[in-house]
Structures are given as structure tokens and as C-alpha cells.
Design a protein around this ligand. Structure first.
Ligand code: NDP
Length: 491
């Protein structure tokens, strides 16, 4: 077990404060490392370092910046097993998904390093002769990145990779439940040759450290992934400084199954979508909307499979579902299960598991409720292994139910009717729609994000990540050698 410092200006340093916090494994409660509870003064030092490093990093050609990202990807690839085990140990998702988290990070770094050779702008004709018009991209400056615990390497890498390739410098605050995964990433970037001050890492609470980043006029942009309450607070505080804010927030994602669907495929989809990462994904399938014609049959198939689910140590490759991330998260999920027991019909699960390893973490049965649309469990984000199953009578009703929640991240429909599939693409008000695939499964070269309360309109990943972290400069080059007046010279 290691006692970490803060990473400021290329060095691991002590905080001004001697107060520390522990990161523990959700598997068995074991302490994995300790980190400083940084102060607003520490955050100021990190911003100083990021500001000082900015001019040289901005001048470094983007393809050269990309080479450093590629080196980091190579290091991660060589250590994928070890890093995957770390993700599983610190966060609790099963090992296949822990390694998937790392693979997504590698994929993103490789993709975004290549974008360093594009960083596309526009060229366009001028309305005047002998005049050239174009746009170029410039970094924003010092950016603040604040991340949640559920993808402890992939979400940080989406932000770090995109901010770095575009020439920004970073003050980074990880979730307090998973700082060790991000500390490991910082070490990897150091090994890959990232210059001092370009990436700074400060740990501590959202209210102290996160807030100091958001409230600093010297941090020009914030990239945040987390829950709606924190997102809303950050957006409001950043508005004072008119700083750019990218928010990726919650979800209440539906999978619709129509009568003509391949039911075996839809079953695999909902099992992975609802109970992968113990339901702790922003894109988790938390609502299963079943057409009445296949309702009883499909629900029966689902319960048969879930009954055989193995909940246990996520490092064991045979385990289907690990623990939830900590006691507080577990208690929150159990309180929703109690609400569900009052307003809906519990079809499977609904209990915290006890005995042996189960007593050392917070392990919950995969849980299935049959419910009407409009109940709390079918509309509010639970962020746990709890699935609400809703019966509908038609495609139109399925869409109405799917859309009638405050979130709009991901959605899915299983049907073999190509016309219906394309109608659903139009009709589902979400940032992501899957046809004949579960609500989870983002690919890094495509934009990611959602509508309504899932965010504030931006997208991450894909080329949208370049938009997030750049300012666009419009450039006019007049080579006419005379004063040309746009609009005014027009008859
Ligand atoms: P939180 O919103 O509680 O925390 C996210 C991060 O923000 C943490 O680093 C936290 O610090 C920090 N933070 C909390 N409050 C503030 C504040 N007032 N000012 C600045 N920073 C703050 O979310 P969780 O970590 O619990 O993650 C779960 C949520 O994230 C779910 O709602 C989920 O849907 C969403 N999410 C969204 C994704 C998307 O892309 N749309 C992807 C993944 C998750 P600390 O840890 O110290 O409290």
C-alpha cells in the first residue's frame, strides 16, 4: 500500500494539508492506497503549473503531442492485465470489464493521437476577390477535468487524451472512490515523456478540490462527468466566468423488444446492458419495455437466466456480477429497492447478499421489477443492478414510454422490421440509439453524450472531442493589396 502525493509540475508533492483519505477495494474493503485531501491552495499551485506549461505545449506540433499519447497507449497495452486487475480491484466491475475499461483507454489514445494529424478546419471562398478564408483550431488554455468512479481509466483518458492532443494543459480531479487508477495513468504519462506541468493531478472532495477548479477564473473550461446535482452546480458556478462547460450526466436507458425480435439476442442484450458493471453505467439498461405479445415469454426467459447469475468476486472470471462500489452506493440502491417493493411487483432478487465475502463488501442480487411506467423506480436513475420491466401495447406506446423520462443518453430497440428500426432512430430522443444491440457499448471514434438532463448539448469522444477542447479561429487573408469592404462593396 502506497501513500500518494499530488502530481504538480511533473513531481509528486505533499499537500499543504496533512489530511489524507483511503481508497478501498469494494471486493473486500481492503485499503489500497491513501491520497491527500488537497486544499484550494494546492489547486492554485496546480493551476500555476498548468499555466506555466501552456505556451510551450501549445507550440508543440499536434502530431508530436500525439506521439506521447501513442507511447502512453503502448505502455498501457503492455500492462493491460495488471491495469485491468487494478480497475476491478478499485472499482468492483468483473475482470473482463476491467480489462475492457483499459482497452477503451488504449483505443481512445490511439484514435485521438491520429486526430493530431487532422485537427480539421474549413476553407471556403470569400465573397471578395483575392481573399482567402479559413478556420484553424486553437487550444483553450488550462482546462479542469472532473471524473466519476465507474469507468476509472476510460473516462479520465477520454478527457486527458482529447485535452492534450488539442494543446491544452490540465488540472485533473479524480473521483475520491477511484484515485489510484488515475494516479497510475499519471505515472504512465510521465513515463511516456509528457512535459512537467502539462497534466496536474489533485485529489480530495468535490466540494473542496472540484469546486476550487470550477471557481478559478484561470481555468478556462471544465469537462465533467458525473451526476445531475453536481453537474448543475458546476454549470451554475462556471456561468459566472462564462467558461465553457461540458457535462456528461445520468441516464435511464430503455431497451424496447418488439414481437418480431430475435428474443435470444434481445435476452443477451438486456443481461449485459442491465447487469454489466452491476448496473453502474450511465448507459446501463434500467428499463426493459416489452411488447405485450412477448411479455410473459420474454420475462420468463430473463428470470430463468438471472436466477443462475453468479454474484461474487469480480476477479474470478466465472463471476457474472461483482459488488457495488461502496456502502453508500449500496444503501442508495437498497432504498430504491424498498421503494420498488412498495410501488411495483418484485419479480426477482431484491436482497443484499450476506455471508463470507459478501459481508466484506456490498453485494446485491440482480433485481427485476414488473412495473407501470411512471413509478419512481422506472423514472429515476438508480445506478445499480435494478431493472424495471414495463408492458406496452404498441410501437407508439413503447416510444412514448421510452422518451418520457428526464434523461436522454442511450436507447435500444430489438426488431427485425427495418422500417420500424429506422422510425425508432428518428423517434427516440436520446444521444445514442442501438438497433438490435444493448444500450451499452460505446466506440471511441464516435460522439458520446445525451439529450435533456443527460448533459448540456455537447458530446465527448470522436471528433466531438476536438470540438470540446478547441477554440475555433476564423482567419481572413486579403492578398488584394487594397482595402476591400465586405458587404459594403456589394451593389
Ligand atoms: P458525482 O456527481 O457524485 O461525482 C462525480 C465527480 O464530481 C467526482 O469526482 C466528485 O468528487 C466530483 N464532484 C462532486 N460534487 C462536485 C461539486 N459540487 N463540484 C465539483 N466536483 C464535484 O457522480 P458519481 O461519481 O457518483 O458518478 C455517478 C454519476 O455519474 C451517475 O449519475 C452517472 O450516470 C454519471 N455518469 C455519466 C456518464 C456520462 O458520460 N453521461 C458516464 C459515467 C457516469 P468526489 O468523488 O470527491 O465526490
Amino acid at each position: 500500500m502506497k501513500d500518494y502525493g499530488l502530481y504538480i509540475n511533473g513531481e509528486w508533492v505533499d499537500s499543504e494539508s496533512s489530511r489524507r483519505f483511503e481508497t478501498r477495494s469494494p471486493i473486500d474493503g481492503r485499503v489500497l492506497a491513501t491520497f491527500p485531501l488537497a486544499t484550494p491552495g494546492d489547486v492554485e499551485r496546480a493551476i500555476d503549473a498548468a499555466e506555466a506549461a501552456f505556451p510551450a505545449w501549445k507550440r508543440t506540433p499536434a502530431p508530436r503531442r500525439g506521439e506521447i499519447l501513442l507511447r502512453a497507449a503502448q505502455i498501457m497495452r503492455a500492462r493491460k492485465q495488471e491495469l485491468g486487475e487494478l480497475v476491478t480491484t478499485e472499482m468492483g466491475k468483473v475482470i473482463a470489464e476491467g480489462k475492457g475499461d483499459v482497452q477503451e483507454s488504449i483505443d481512445f489514445l490511439e484514435y485521438i493521437a491520429g486526430e493530431g494529424r487532422r485537427m480539421l478546419g474549413e476553407t471556403t471562398p470569400s465573397e471578395l476577390p483575392n481573399k482567402f478564408c479559413m478556420t484553424v483550431r486553437q487550444p483553450i488554455g488550462v482546462v479542469g477535468c472532473i471524473t466519476p468512479w465507474n469507468f476509472p481509466t476510460a473516462i479520465p483518458i477520454w478527457k486527458i487524451g482529447a485535452a492534450l492532443i488539442t494543446g491544452n494543459t490540465i488540472v485533473f480531479k479524480p473521483a475520491s472512490l477511484t484515485p489510484l487508477c488515475v494516479a497510475r495513468l499519471v505515472e504512465i504519462f510521465e513515463e511516456a515523456g509528457l512535459p512537467p506541468g502539462v497534466l496536474n493531478f489533485v485529489t480530495g472532495s468535490g466540494s473542496a478540490v472540484g469546486n476550487a477548479i470550477v471557481e478559478s477564473p484561470r481555468v478556462q473550461a471544465i469537462s465533467f462527468t458525473g451526476g445531475v446535482p453536481a453537474g448543475r452546480e458546476i454549470y451554475q458556478k462556471a456561468a459566472k466566468f462564462l467558461k465553457s462547460v461540458e457535462l456528461e450526466l445520468g441516464g435511464k436507458n430503455p431497451q424496447i423488444v418488439m414481437p418480431d425480435a430475435n428474443l435470444d439476442l434481445a435476452l443477451e442484450g438486456v443481461l449485459f446492458g442491465a447487469f454489466g458493471t452491476a448496473g453502474q453505467r450511465c448507459t446501463a439498461t434500467s428499463r426493459l419495455i416489452l411488447h405485450q405479445d412477448i411479455y410473459d415469454k420474454f420475462l420468463g426467459m430473463l428470470v430463468d437466466r438471472v436466477e443462475k447469475f453468479k454474484v461474487g468476486n469480480p476477479l474470478d472470471p466465472e463471476t457474472d456480477m461483482g459488488p457495488v462500489v461502496d456502502q453508500a452506493a449500496g444503501e442508495g440502491i437498497m432504498s430504491y429497492i424498498e421503494i420498488g417493493k412498495g410501488e411495483a411487483k418484485l419479480r426477482f432478487g431484491g436482497e443484499r447478499l450476506t455471508g463470507g465475502l459478501y459481508d466484506q463488501g456490498f453485494y446485491i442480487q440482480p433485481t427485476i421489477f414488473e412495473t407501470e411506467h411512471g413509478t419512481r423506480i422506472s423514472c429515476e436513475e438508480i445506478f445499480g443492478p435494478v431493472l424495471s420491466v414495463i408492458k406496452v401495447g404498441s410501437y407508439e406506446e413503447a416510444i412514448e414510454v421510452a422518451n418520457d423520462v428526464e434523461y436522454g443518453l442511450s436507447s435500444s430497440i430489438y426488431t427485425r422490421d427495418v422500417n420500424l428500426a429506422f422510425r425508432a432512430i428518428d423517434d427516440l430522443v436520446t444521444g445514442i440509439t442501438y438497433i438490435n444491440a444493448p444500450t451499452i457499448g460505446a466506440e471511441v471514434h464516435l460522439p458520446f453524450g445525451g439529450t435533456k438532463n443527460t448533459g448540456n448539448g455537447g458530446r465527448e469522444a470522436g471528433t466531438a472531442a476536438i470540438d470540446e477542447f478547441t477554440e475555433i479561429k476564423t482567419v481572413f487573408v486579403d492578398y488584394s493589396n487594397r482595402l476591400q469592404k465586405a458587404q459594403i462593396e456589394h451593389d
